[in-house]
Design a protein around this ligand. Sequence first.
Ligand code: XMP
Length: 517
Amino acid sequence: MSTPRPVLVVDFGAQYAQLIARRVREAKVYSEIVPHSMPVAEMLAKDPAAIILSGGPASVYAPGAPQVDAKLFDAGVPVFGICYGFQAMARALGGTVAHTGDREYGGTVLATRPDASVLLRDLPGEVSVWMSHGDCVTEAPPGFAVTAGTTVTPVAAFEDVAGRRAGVQFHPEVAHTAHGQEMLTRFLYDIAGIEPTWTMGNIIDDQVAAIREQVGEKEVICALSGGVDSAVAAALVHKAVGDQLTCVFVDHGLLRAGEAEQVEQDYVAATGIKLKVVDAADRFLGALAGVTDPEEKRKIIGREFIRVFEVAAREVAAAGDVEFLVQGTLYPDVVESGGGTGTANIKSHHNVGGLPDDLRFSLVEPLRTLFKDEVRQLGLSLGLPEAMVWRHPFPGPGLAIRIIGAVSSDRLELLRAADLIAREELTAAGLDRSVWQFPVVLLADVRSVGVQGDGRTYGHPIVLRPVSSEDAMTADWSRLPYDVIARISTRITNEVPEVNRVVLDVTSKPPGTIEWE
Ligand code: XMP
């Protein structure tokens, strides 16, 4: 694939590497994450435009703390050290790192010397930055100018512009650091001399060329789930090879109100994609009848999906020479499964890897280098409906795991109605993008007493679970305005029969998960 020269973000094991890589991309520069265990020769073989050493463990002196191989600095590649990477860089180049016993965590005021710095040029003399460290650099390496400090940390930023190297003790990648993105950008453009060429137009052109080269004249198939990733992946493949692509949408009847129509009508209208719809709702409902255990539900849904998809894929294959299957694998999946190359990380509920031998496909994964926010921008650039591009993450097993208890068509209908109200009110309040996800859950086996109209009722509770998150690994409950929650609650109890109570989940993750199941 024709990707540009990468900025390598060396991951020292903390959670910051992905964030740094995303910020570099925001500066329109292509980035890749590599483990700190990768030998320097292998990093250099990637022909990097620059290398960024990320944050990591608290101390460069900790037993087993990863060090930086000094060979990294001999290759003439621009280097930027952040936090732990800053200390590791100082140490490798002959500076001094000391255990001062003074820790700095959280917001700290940085005193800068903008006139003496390229990295901090034009910034205010005092900047609020995010710190998280125990040790500190007390002496910069020879040839480096010290350009900022705090009351605790004498050397909080240094640079050697001629040598195209710089470093900072704080975290420029986090939102709590003022002007952080400007600093990163200064490093990339003004110290490393990199051009901002990672733009949507170039990404599309590169991917279209790569897909054409991979697929040639062969036919391609893609399973659409209604989610953003498969929708964007398919649209990109369609742009590359047109009607050589056939999409299959297995409607398992577990989507939310309007979502199947969004795929079948709006998406097809926007892309002109050839779509085969399989209405399998009754089949899934039959297989799920009476099942209450969430893992059992997942297994059944996964199994039925394969069976239905297999039949559809055979029909498509019978019509042409289908050799390829599109997967919407994203870059975080690739990084987390530990591989740059390696095999695809296929989600279990869409486990098309379970297809029989005569239906094995080669994978086309056009989103493998992209982060979620880039996939969304790509979707918009390709003309996909906004509602689809900005859809919140939604679990493959759908509403089946948001009904606590057995799934039935009545219960699905009830949950769909409550969920639609929550979505409508969230949208009306302009808050769609301030929550990560907003599961609405039906406690189908719980009843409680209420009073509605003139009568006593014995109905079900609905749980509202709005959460904010960066990546679904951890989450916090969203502090939605009370009036929005009140409107949702009033409308649900008024408009949805058999629901007489609405409760708000105020648990973070951990200890709670996002879904109730
Ligand atoms: P939890 O509930 O584990 O969810 O905090 C984390 C994220 O994963 C989604 N999720 C699923 N996605 N199949 C999926 O495709 C599943 O079985 C599944 N279970 C949870 C959940 O919506 C959240 O975004």
